[in-house]
Design a protein around this ligand. Structure first.
Ligand code: SF4
Length: 362
């Protein structure tokens, strides 16, 4: 009977222990294989020279090594120095595709990683939410998005990925165990890539049990929460998931998170004209921020093919900021990169998917 070979990269490090145990091999072989796959990034079992020919043969009889690849690149034409924001269409192990974004700045190169094909949460302002949900990415598919971009960057001496944000397509905390596994691989101190966990940010819409789980997990990454409104009704109308994961519950979870980790949380707030930008909204945000260490990251809305939301005027945004700063909050305004190639926040969606007509400006 013909059995299809399994992609060995789809296994976690723990699963690899079972793979080698089934072959009657000692546990340390799992670490050796993991190292060949993710540190050396080999494409065949023959290259795993410390395994012995017999084991290599048995592995290749059962498994294949399939890697992700970049199938399309888009450079932001707004940048002229060849290092502009870049969007990559990445083909996964099963031919599905996701988008990965490189955001270069003077002192850093940040890769924005997708964690799901599509997303089930349907935030009203987000292009990915309208694609529907296909599947979670496994840990290898997330780590490989970073490696692929890093391999492009390191073609230029001294250039490499310095930061990673799980802020691309999908909600990372609906795929928590694979995200943690990917982070552990990316930050493995024995591997040459070895990105410190403090340079990695997980961005969530605010899933309460998962925030607790991340706090308890011991990983040292940063946490960003997409807040977008500090009024329960408004937030629930922007983000349907907020009906279940309420503001009160989220506030308590963030208090617990900061208590346990000692690290501040970044609250991401996208100003939408006439929706969440009143002075009352600013005061609600100030009230929400009491009781735990946090900073506010205000971002501009990036238009998505005629979707009905609009960014706020600069002067209006400055008034909003004055209230926050006046209340002693730490506020940063994030300049949006990559809007011209639909690589900015909320804009990631595969081109062939279309947005529903009811989201268009009438
Ligand atoms: S904003 Fe994030 S969680 Fe919401 S629909 Fe988009 S990808 Fe999903």
């Amino acid at each position: 009977m013909h059995t299809e070979k399994v992609n060995i990269k789809s296994y976690s490090r723990k699963d690899l222990q079972h793979v080698v145990a089934e072959l009657g091999e000692p546990g340390y072989r799992a670490n050796q294989i993991h190292r060949w796959l993710f540190n050396e990034q080999v494409e065949n079992f023959e290259s795993m020279t410390n395994l012995g020919a017999k084991l290599r043969n048995r592995l290749s009889n059962r498994y294949v090594i399939q890697s992700c690849s970049i199938v399309k690149k888009q450079l932001d034409p707004e940048k002229k120095n060849g290092m502009g924001t870049s969007k990559f269409l990445v083909k996964l192990h099963d031919e599905q595709t996701v988008e990965t974004v490189l955001i270069p700045a003077e002192d850093r190169n940040t890769v924005c990683v997708s964690s799901q094909v599509g997303c089930p949460l349907r935030c009203t302002f987000c292009a990915t939410g309208y694609m529907g949900f296909t599947r979670n990415l496994n840990a290898a598919e997330m780590a490989e998005q970073v490696y692929l971009v890093n391999n492009l960057l390191t073609a230029t001496p001294t250039n490499h990925v310095t930061n990673v944000v799980f802020m691309g397509m999908g909600e990372p905390l609906l795929n928590t165990s694979n995200v943690i596994e990917a982070i552990e691989t990316l930050s493995d101190k024995d591997y040459s890539f070895s990105l410190p966990q403090r340079k990695i940010t997980i961005s969530t819409v605010g899933l309460i049990p998962q925030i607790d789980a991340i706090a308890r997990s011991g990983i040292k990454t940063k946490l960003a929460v997409s807040l977008h409104a500090a009024n329960q009704q408004k937030r629930a109308s922007l983000m349907p998931v907020a009906k279940e994961h309420t503001l009160d519950g989220l506030h308590n979870a963030l208090e617990r998170y900061v208590d346990l980790t000692g690290k501040p949380v970044t609250l991401v707030y996208m100003l939408l004209e006439g929706i969440n930008d009143t002075m009352e909204d600013a005061k609600s945000l100030v009230a929400f921020c009491s009781g735990f260490l946090c900073k506010i990251n205000l971002i501009d809305y990036n238009s998505i093919v005629n979707m009905k939301f609009k960014p706020v005027e600069t002067e209006w945004r400055d008034r909003f900021i004055r209230i926050l700063v006046g209340a002693g909050l730490n506020v940063t305004v994030r300049k949006s990169y990559g809007t011209s190639i639909n690589a900015a926040c909320g804009q990631l969606a595969l081109k062939e998917k279309t947005l529903p007509a009811d989201r268009f400006i009438k």
